[in-house]
Design a protein around this ligand. Sequence first.
Ligand SMILES: NC(=O)c1ccc[n+]([C@@H]2O[C@H](COP(=O)([O-])OP(=O)(O)OC[C@H]3O[C@@H](n4cnc5c(N)ncnc54)[C@H](OP(=O)(O)O)[C@@H]3O)[C@@H](O)[C@H]2O)c1
Length: 299
Amino acid sequence: MNSTLKKSQTILITGANKGIGFAIVEALLERFPETHILFGCRNKNRSAAAIDRLKSKIPSSTGRMDEIILDVSKQNSIQNAASQIETLLTQRGLRLYGIVNNAGIMYSPTGVEEVIRVNTLGPKYVLDYFCHLLEPDIGRVVNITSAAGPNYLSRCSARTRKILTNQEVSWKQIEELTKEFIQQYQDSNDSERELLNSNVYGFSKACANALTMQQARSYTTVKINACTPGFIETDMTVPIAQNQGRSPRDMGMKTPAQGTASCIHLLMNDVNTGHYFGSDCVRSPIDKYRAPGAPAFNG
Ligand SMILES: NC(=O)c1ccc[n+]([C@@H]2O[C@H](COP(=O)([O-])OP(=O)(O)OC[C@H]3O[C@@H](n4cnc5c(N)ncnc54)[C@H](OP(=O)(O)O)[C@@H]3O)[C@@H](O)[C@H]2O)c1
């Protein structure tokens, strides 16, 4: 690890109140004493409860967390959080070391638009509003995507795959695809909607992987990568096991703590920029599932 990284590592984690986000905060506080956490959560009560849990679990976390109320589906919330953080950083004479875009949803009862808003537009606008706060040369951004992205691209239309795997992809192209997906949903009948609802998570994460390549090209002074945490037992995935009458462990799910490895790797180790990593911290393709332990992708 570069010794300059050790000076101050203020890191924003979105969706930090539970699941993988909470485990990432816990791992950073326990293993990296120089870190200070900007604890992003969209709900004040859930945020306070989670921060209290961390304080009682990790005595050394006292004074190392600031609560940031942040709903990544709302641009005004992102903007307010960015000004709050700018004030905090200015008071301390610091820059932001890292951003972990962890907040995500698999499904929304309101339809596909909300899933795209959280999983794709969230990481886009968070970086747009926060980029000027990041420490040039050492700053990191980690977009927590999912293997559902490569899985989706391995079976979607050739046109979508071509756009979302193009290393020169623009935000306009990604945004147009999201608008088309939402329009298709609005024009569809009930059975088509069911299919689109089951595809939107993979689609939104494939878009977030493409966004990562685009962001890495646009913001060259920081390292921006995406990763999957693996198949992890959280409120997002437990219903999948319940629906099949199986236990999370039977389904091969790992613990939230095990799901932090790829994110911590991308935050703390020497890495390139603009790539997608598997849960084993190995570079992976964005259009085909690569199982942990399989050879690294070099394309
Ligand atoms: N679990 C897995 O197997 C798995 C696999 C691949 C990728 N992932 C990804 O890992 C990330 C974390 O998922 P998880 O499994 O830990 O799920 P989780 O336990 O459901 O946690 C999701 C987190 O995101 C927050 N969130 C949702 N919508 C938000 C919004 N609009 N603004 C701010 N925060 C919001 C939630 O806050 P509330 O408590 O307020 O709802 C919660 O803190 C997601 O991006 C997910 O797609 C998970």
